[in-house]
Design a protein around this ligand. Structure first.
Ligand SMILES: Nc1ncnc2c1ncn2[C@@H]1O[C@H](COP(=O)(O)OP(=O)(O)OP(=O)(O)O)[C@@H](O)[C@H]1O
Length: 277
């Protein structure tokens, strides 16, 4: 066991907690070489804007002319289809062995549990392993053909599902989303350590709801206090940081299924880092 891993396990409560995670051989969806690059979008807790950032990065990727997909792995709180205004249920082939992804108006492919439910407001009451298996099936049984870049909207935290994602999918890099009221340094450090254990680079940090810009005078107000994200990123040797303002019109666009109309230029640098990964 490496020193690095031992440091991670100081809080283990039993011997089984000390088992290092097993890295399975990454599998390809349907055994096709359909997906060229996978990027995981993670956060320490819910509600910080991870789904928004996943959507914005996908829009950016599509605008750059790449064939783009979103795998919504936030199984118990899937919000991606709604933010793109996708309402139709996913389809399968006649034999029921392959699921076709839904496609947004600009051509982004997506799969989400909401696309398989009769009613998008039905709750998903599943235990962790069942949820993790659903994510595996989204990777293995959905027909992901000709995808240059896939973004995975991970559930918050470092539980079963993020672990399954890192063990099953060939993740090329992660983007960490935080908000200023988060315990930012701890959460970012946790994500960075998890990424290190999984041997995946952190390509960038997005501080969402960083500030509010007065529409009248243009002054920036740091509602949740001054941002320390630049220093944290420097300490952790993460070169790319993006800051997204609180914008009520963004929330309105997401709510009305117009994610493809959001201005995504604030994520340009992170997108460049993703392209190079
Ligand atoms: N910068 C922003 N300005 C305005 N509203 C925002 C902003 N970022 C996110 N929101 C809104 O906050 C809510 C939560 O965002 P989002 O669903 O992206 O968070 P999340 O981290 O994915 O949450 P969860 O993990 O619980 O699904 C959404 O209604 C979204 O539209």
């Amino acid at each position: 066991m490496s020193e690095e891993y031992r440091n991670e396990t100081n809080n283990a409560k039993s011997i089984s907690d000390l088992k290092p995670p097993v890295k399975e051989e990454p599998k390809k969806a349907n055994n096709y070489d359909g997906v060229k690059k996978v990027i995981a979008v993670v956060s320490g807790k819910g509600g910080v804007g991870k789904s928004l950032v996943t959507s914005m990065l996908s829009v950016k990727s599509r605008q750059a002319g790449l064939s783009t997909a979103i795998l919504d792995a936030d199984i118990t709180g899937p919000s991606i289809p709604r933010s793109f205004g996708v309402k139709d249920r996913a389809m399968t082939d006649e034999a029921g062995t392959v699921i076709y992804p839904a496609i947004t108006s600009t051509g982004i492919k997506m799969m989400s549990l909401n696309l398989l439910m009769d009613n998008e407001t039905d709750p998903v009451i599943w235990r962790g392993p069942v949820i993790a298996n659903a994510v595996k099936q989204f990777w293995e049984e959905v027909l992901w053909e000709d995808v240059d870049l896939m973004f995975v909207d991970c559930p918050p935290g470092t539980g079963d599902v993020p672990l399954t994602i890192f063990q099953t999918l060939p993740v090329a890099g992660i983007v960490v989303v935080t908000s200023p009221q988060d315990l930012v340094s701890m959460i970012v450090e946790k994500a960075v350590k998890m990424a290190k254990m999984m041997k995946v680079p952190v390509l960038g940090i997005v501080e969402n709801m960083s500030y509010f810009e007065c529409p009248d005078c243009g002054k920036k107000h740091y509602i949740y206090g001054e941002s320390h994200i630049d220093e944290i990123a420097k300490d952790l040797d993460i070169r790319t940081v993006a800051k997204l303002p609180i914008k009520p019109e963004v929330a309105a666009m997401v709510d009305s299924g117009r994610a493809e109309d959001i201005d995504v230029s604030a994520l340009n640098d992170i997108f460049e880092a993703i392209k190079e990964a």
